[in-house]
Ligand binder design. Structure first.
Ligand code: SF4
Ligand code: SF4
Length: 345
């Protein structure tokens, strides 16, 4: 939610946006237009990376205003094919794979079958898995320029589906960053009560590794991390990620496009009709090459969509791609049946 009363019109959101990088005067002027509901190029040029919600020193959530204006004006040029894909995702058949009663309940969102060989091994054995459209959290719709779909009714249904499918579990582990953001951040806007404790996959992995330290062989590897856009809603867990990396002997390289300054993986630009393939690739490679120059030997992902778009590019630049849980599995001495990122490259 945009908090107009907090906004001082300082312009920092549009000045520090990596994609727009406006001058101070221009930024102030364009943000005022957005507040007034007047046409602004921001609505078609913003790629919905959510970074400005973190950039704003006042906590006013400028992206939420931009996103509303994108929907009102219809100027955000999200391709029809991708809109269809997003909408089909919400209707994807759902499945509950019952596990053992004392093992975790994990929500895989829409991604249960997209990455073969990922939800295997001791981290996942015996877990109950929830997957499919019933467990879609809706927050990703902001990237299709339709924030009105991230509404009380849809989020309440998502929460109810998780609660009713998990046999009264006190905790549910969320594999997708977006789901965690919805359950810990967006629910507050709509005054929705969550009857279980949402646990982020990073927290689960950190706690698992802490409890099984005797099984960990430190990796002694330099890694770069592709932060998902949804992490902007719950950035505090980045500290837990650093803890996890340390526990498994992964050295997170210092680089330009990490943490507060992370770039989008490029997946949103791929869906935008006003972004050329060359431009999309240029932005994707900025993140990858930045990691390579910083000395990363492995490129670590969290979001399945980031993985599918960039694992080949990372590999092409000599960095082994991993989904985070697979990197932990390697530290636990497990063999990966489908490579680090759900596909042998
Ligand atoms: S959401 Fe990202 S691209 Fe859009 S204005 Fe904010 S920082 Fe820039
Ligand atoms: S939303 Fe935040 S960063 Fe943007 S102009 Fe207002 S106070 Fe400044």
């Amino acid at each position: 939610m945009f908090y107009e009363e907090k906004c001082t019109l300082c312009g920092e959101c549009l000045m520090k946006c990596p994609y727009l990088a406006y001058s101070e005067d221009n930024a102030k002027e364009e943000f005022q237009k957005l507040i007034n509901g007047e046409p602004s190029p921001v609505t078609s040029d913003c790629i919905t990376c959510v970074a400005c919600n973190m950039i704003c020193p006042e906590g006013a959530n400028p992206f939420d205003l931009i996103n509303i204006r994108q929907e009102e004006t219809g100027t955000f040029q999200f391709g029809k094919r991708f809109l269809k894909m997003f909408d089909m995702g919400t209707k994807m058949p759902s499945k509950i794979i019952k596990g053992e009663p004392d093992k975790p309940v994990m929500s895989l969102c829409l991604f249960g079958d997209m990455l073969p060989g990922v939800f295997e091994g001791q981290l996942f054995d015996g877990s109950t898995f929830l997957k499919g459209g019933d467990y879609f959290c809706w927050i990703g719709m902001v990237h299709s320029g339709r924030p009105s779909l991230v509404n009380k009714k849809n989020i309440q249904t998502f929460v109810d589906n998780l609660a009713s499918s998990s046999s009264g579990a006190e905790e549910i582990i969320l594999i997708h960053d977006d789901c965690y953001a919805t359950l810990t951040n967006k629910v507050k806007e709509f005054d929705i009560t969550v009857p279980f404790k949402p646990i982020h996959i990073i927290e689960y992995l950190r706690d698992y590794v802490k409890a099984h330290q005797d099984q960990i062989n430190k990796l002694n590897i330099k890694v770069a991390y592709q932060q998902p856009c949804a992490s902007r809603y719950t950035f505090e867990k980045d500290k837990i990620l650093d803890e996890l990396f340390e526990l498994i002997g992964a050295d997170r390289v210092k680089r330009k496009y990490d943490k507060e300054h992370a770039l989008c993986c490029g997946g949103i630009q791929a869906a935008m009709e006003n972004v050329s393939t060359e431009e999309e690739n240029k932005w994707r490679m900025k993140g990858i090459l930045d990691a390579k120059e910083a000395g990363a030997e492995a490129y670590v992902f969290l979001c399945p969509l980031c993985i599918m778009g960039n694992r080949g590019r990372a590999k092409g630049e000599g960095m082994e791609p991993y989904i985070l849980s697979n990197l932990v599995r390697v530290a636990l001495g497990e063999e990966l049946t489908h490579g680090g990122a759900g596909k042998k490259l």
